[in-house]
Ligand binder design. Structure first.
Ligand SMILES: [Zn+2]
Length: 427
């Protein structure tokens, strides 16, 4: 049932087909970025269905329910420039986009959902003029203070008009990790078309749906993340707006597998062989075949049983288990697996802005790695499993001698390099 807080997704967001089938139901969960203060822990949290369905016509994987964005994006604790990997990735993206679009110093660049301005600062380093758009009031204010002019609003036709009137038409428009969050993707692309200069370049980055399925990355499903994108459905979308994907790049280490999609108006850019390569790969995978998604759903349920069994046994043995990585991913995993603060009381995170908050649903207290030094912890559940080598290194550097549990793509236990010899081998 539709309410002011959420609505059902009955037709495909891209092609409009009603030929949708559900393949994984993660249950009714709180919003993955709605962190709580201690005083709010007894209040009832907003919960909504979190389930995935596939469009059998165009191959777009999408949530069954769309939560009102005002409930999700007004205050965002995630700050993109906190990880070095991400900062380096921004340098690469700015350099690559500037070359492909043939930018000259002084050209305008617009970043949609510009967060704290990290990516735009890299374009500015190349001599370009920059402007950002982001609905999170705290982040927009932070970026503007750092010299990156930022309009605090959602991306829309009106926002596109305001950019053109105030700054002119950008030669490059970037949208990293936001396209999958957009409900009205047609409105999104139309607004880009309104704004972009005639020979301009539009670059989208988002997690790749084939990695999502093949690497069991179900924890990247949360209410903000409405679409799970492949090149095939994206090309269908662009074709409806006189645009075309002409080149695709792939980054295995970013968000568990990310595609960078270069889009231009029909005929403006030479067609790169990478597009055909990705389309063929998706065809061979079976991007529109329900059985591929159904098998994924079954693997995730089996994974859940294995992890719960292990955690239950360790808890019964009196072991202390903490977690690492208070992210949206971690919250999906903890809530889908039904874990609570009795089982995992504390989660460590590198972002000091999150310290002393509590995770939604599971209510784990968030703190920094400094607490690990004095606490007697036996196991660390790596919720940020995609940063496993860095996190292990950091924990070992502060003297942590316990073990690590990797939950995805399959449950595994790893020793700390600091573990005494007699502890090594077997769990
Ligand atoms: Zn579709």
């Amino acid at each position: 049932m539709d309410t002011p807080r959420s609505k059902r997704q009955l037709n495909c967001r891209i092609c409009g087909s009603g030929n949708l089938r559900v393949y994984l139901d993660l249950g009714s969960t709180p919003l993955a970025n709605s962190y709580l203060r201690k005083g709010d822990l007894s209040a009832e949290e907003f919960r909504e269905e979190l389930a995935l369905q596939i469009c059998l016509d165009c191959g777009l994987s999408q949530l069954t329910t769309v939560v009102n964005p005002d409930l999700m994006f007004k205050q965002y604790l995630y700050v993109s420039s906190t990880t070095e990997t991400f900062r380096n990735h921004c340098v690469d993206l700015a350099g690559s986009a500037a070359v492909v679009a043939g930018c000259r110093p002084g050209d305008w660049v617009l970043d949609i959902a510009s967060n704290d301005g990290c990516l735009l600062s890299k374009f500015r380093d190349l001599g370009m003029q920059v402007v950002g758009v982001d609905p999170a009031e705290n982040l927009a204010a932070e970026a503007s203070k750092a010299g990156i002019p930022t309009l605090c609003t959602y991306w829309s036709h009106e926002t596109a008009e305001a950019v053109v009137a105030g700054y002119g038409r950008p030669q490059v428009i970037t949208a990293t990790n936001v396209f999958a969050h957009a409900d009205d993707v047609h409105g999104f692309v139309q607004a880009v078309d309104r704004c972009l200069s005639p020979k301009g370049l539009f670059v989208i980055e988002c997690p790749y749906v084939l990695d999502f399925i093949e690497k069991n990355e179900f924890d990247t499903a949360y209410h903000e993340h409405l679409s799970y994108i492949g090149i095939h459905p994206m090309q269908v979308l662009m074709g409806k707006h006189g645009m075309r994907i002409f080149k695709v790049e792939y980054f295995e280490g970013i968000h568990g597998g990310t595609i960078r999609v270069f889009v231009g108006r029909e005929g403006e850019y030479p067609f790169d062989a990478s597009v055909e390569r990705f389309l063929r790969k998706e065809q061979e995978f079976g991007i529109r075949e329900f059985r591929r998604y159904e098998a994924f759903g079954e693997r995730i349920l089996a994974n859940k049983q294995r992890l719960l069994k292990l955690m239950g046994r360790l808890h019964a043995e009196g072991k202390t288990i903490w977690a690492y990585g208070a992210s949206a991913k971690g919250n999906t995993l903890m809530n889908f697996f039904g874990m609570t603060s009795q089982l995992v009381p504390v989660v460590l995170d590198d972002n000091p802005k999150k310290w002393d908050w509590y995770t939604p649903g599971a209510h784990m207290r968030i703190t920094g790695i400094q607490e690990l030094v004095s606490a007697k912890v036996d196991y660390l559940l790596l919720l940020a499993w995609n940063f496993e080598p860095e996190i292990r290194g950091r924990c070992q550097a502060v003297g942590y001698a316990g073990r690590f549990i990797l939950p995805i793509p399959d449950v595994r236990i790893l020793e700390s390099a600091n573990a005494p010899k007699e502890m090594r081998g077997g769990a």
